[in-house]
Design a protein around this ligand. Structure first.
Ligand SMILES: *Cc1c(COP(=O)(O)O)cnc(C)c1O
Length: 370
């Protein structure tokens, strides 16, 4: 059977290198609880991400859930429905009410010009997402947050390693979270992190990820367990050595797609923002049925016939999920709804062969009207 091409493929460090990295664990028998690998990875990430503090977590979702919890918020949180389930769930699981803001039709991130109209006396925070590695309008969001005294927590799961005008993306807002899931640009198998500036907030996060245990006989808050273990941290240390090459190879795949697909009628490619150094994590294409001549679903099915599995990412919108649809109306975020119905993210990863990129493009080009 022909090999399946999935939307992404986890990068692996050389096996011997990982084996070497975890060898010391057989001497120390310290497998978790903020051991040596954990401390080393935190330091390496502070340097690489160009941020003040990093708190590692068991996964990206818990990073976000606890980052929100540590802010002690109440009431409503303005966020985007054009995201992974995790963003909305993290808000709701904190007992907060998400208020959905529509997105910008070019960057797919929260439309900052529409935030103020959604603010009420119950609003306590904004949780925007750097979708596909596009940077949110961080300057405008900061201005609004200061004016209304709101906290800002960025879901930066798509933006690992990126910078904006030379500043690490994790340094914006009161906190930013990353996901180190196996399918992300940088991974620790499962894993995540919160980046932040305020040391007091760091202590709150620490308590939340480790049962609120402060000393042998002192438990002074109601924490969960969200610790990253030493095997995860070791995978991170190995993968971090290759991250530059990874991103460079992804960039080449990205450019191969662009070369074939740009300028086609009814096919919108992502416009890269000038001031952002990208990680090339995703290659989204948005179809306009009339002009292109086929729907997103038709293209997705045609690719699947060739054993190429692109993803309808993000579809459905989170405000249209079965668990939220009775409380929300996705028609109130019309731009997000339209993008969500017409977007397809194409396979992209460092080792994706040029020949496969051409095969993907052949299918798309063949379906176009002209
Ligand atoms: C991957 C992802 C998460 C969750 O990360 P996990 O590490 O899988 O828990 C959150 N938000 C977005 C936008 C993501 O893509």
């Amino acid at each position: 059977m022909e090999n399946k091409i999935l939307v992404t493929k986890s990068s692996m460090p050389p096996f011997e290198e990982y084996a070497e990295e975890i060898k010391s664990l057989w001497d120390t028998h310290i497998l978790t609880n903020m051991g040596a690998k954990h401390r080393e990875l935190e330091q390496e990430l502070i340097r690489y991400l160009n941020v003040q503090n990093v708190s590692l977590m068991v996964n990206g979702h818990m990073a976000l859930e606890l980052a929100i919890q540590a802010m002690h918020l109440t009431g409503e949180v303005i966020t985007t429905p054009f995201t992974f389930a995790s963003t909305t769930h993290a808000i709701v699981r904190n007992g907060l009410t998400p208020v959905f803001c529509d997105i910008d039709p070019l960057t797919y991130t929260m439309d900052a010009t529409k935030i103020e109209a959604l603010i009420t006396d119950k609003t306590s925070a904004i949780v925007p997402v750097h979708v596909y590695g596009n940077l949110c309008d961080v300057d405008k969001i900061k201005e609004i947050a200061e004016k209304y005294k709101l906290k800002v927590i960025y879901d930066a799961a798509h933006a690992f390693g990126e910078s904006y005008r030379g500043r690490g993306v994790g340094s914006f807002g009161d906190a930013s979270i990353f996901s180190f899931h196996a399918t992300k640009v940088f991974h620790t198998i499962e894993g995540g992190a919160v980046c932040f500036a305020d040391d007091a907030y760091g202590l709150d996060l620490y308590r939340l990820k480790n049962f609120g245990i402060r000393g042998q006989e002192t438990v002074d808050s109601i924490g969960a367990n969200a610790k990253m273990n030493e095997f995860q941290a070791a995978m991170g240390l190995c993968n971090l050595r290759y991250i530059g090459r990874e991103i460079e190879k992804r960039k080449q795949v990205y450019e191969a797609y662009r070369k074939r697909l740009s300028g086609m009628d009814g096919l919108q490619l992502m416009t890269l923002q000038e001031d952002v150094a990208y990680n090339y994590a995703y290659f989204p294409v948005v179809f306009e049925q009339e002009a292109f001549g086929a729907t997103r679903d038709m293209v997705s099915d045609a690719l699947a016939k060739e054993h190429i599995f692109a993803r309808k990412y993000f579809y459905p919108l989170t405000n249209a999920f079965d668990c939220y649809k009775d409380a929300y109306d996705a028609n109130r975020t019309p731009v997000a709804l339209s993008i969500s119905k017409n977007v397809l993210t194409l396979p992209i990863y460092a080792d994706l062969e040029r020949e496969t990129v051409e095969r993907v493009c052949d299918v798309i080009v063949k379906m176009a009207k002209s």
